[in-house]
Design a protein around this ligand. Structure first.
Ligand SMILES: [Zn+2]
Length: 218
């Protein structure tokens, strides 16, 4: 079985996440919004669950933080793409892709729909902009189908209770298993980080499972 994972929004907790993933030689993609993250200064995003202040990484430090991992697009500024006119939609997609190419040398670029919002018009625009795939927030069961890359679903969120059931089902069929999340959801909660680390360790230790990069599937 192949396993893939991606993480959204370019936040400070990705530093801890990437250190953990490196320890287990786990591959991952990070979906970022280059129009929101500032170049040199970490900016405060929002309060998660009313207690945890989410900070955004700077574009400067991302090169180091995401070294050894894949960077993908999440639009320039995270709007609901279905609500944009043609010109704004195109700018959100083209500018993001051009930025990732210029700054991070991303030649083969994937993306994730901001807020999971997309429709047929958005799908076509993403394809026309030259992205290889785009992740939704819809959950599936069974091996991951790759027949519609602009509507790439995943199995579940990383903390979903059905994670292992779905994982085992895909493993039995030797398919592709895909999960995603936001590192800020673990906040500074050691129990949540510990739980996640044991998940990654179990996957890496599984002789029937290998980490893959999403772009390599297309
Ligand atoms: Zn997002």
């Amino acid at each position: 079985m192949k396993i893939i994972q991606c993480w959204d929004d370019g936040v400070l907790n990705d530093i801890r996440l990437t250190e953990l993933l490196r320890k287990y030689k786990a591959k991952a993609s990070f979906n970022i919004n280059p129009g929101i993250n500032q170049m040199h200064e970490r900016s405060r995003g929002w309060l998660y669950k009313d207690v945890f202040a989410v900070y955004r990484l700077t574009l400067d430090e991302m090169k180091e933080v995401y070294k050894d991992f894949q960077i993908a697009g999440h639009s320039m500024t995270h709007p609901d793409l279905t609500k944009l006119d043609e010109a704004s939609l195109k700018a959100q997609l083209d500018d993001c892709k051009a930025f990732l190419k210029d700054r991070f040398k991303v030649e083969r670029c994937g993306m994730a729909y901001p807020g999971g919002n997309y429709d047929e018009r958005v799908k076509k625009a993403v394809k026309d902009a030259g992205y290889l795939y785009s992740r939704t927030t819809k959950n599936i069961s069974g091996p991951l189908p790759l027949n519609d890359p602009m509507e790439l679903h995943s199995h579940c969120h990383f903390m979903a209770s059905e994670f292992w059931d779905k994982y085992e089902e895909v493993r039995r069929q030797d398919g592709i298993f895909y999960f995603w999340g936001h590192s800020y959801e673990m906040m500074d909660d050691e129990a949540l980080w510990g739980e996640f680390e044991s998940k990654i360790a179990r996957i890496t230790d599984d002789p029937k499972v290998g980490w893959s990069d999403i772009v390599d599937l297309f």
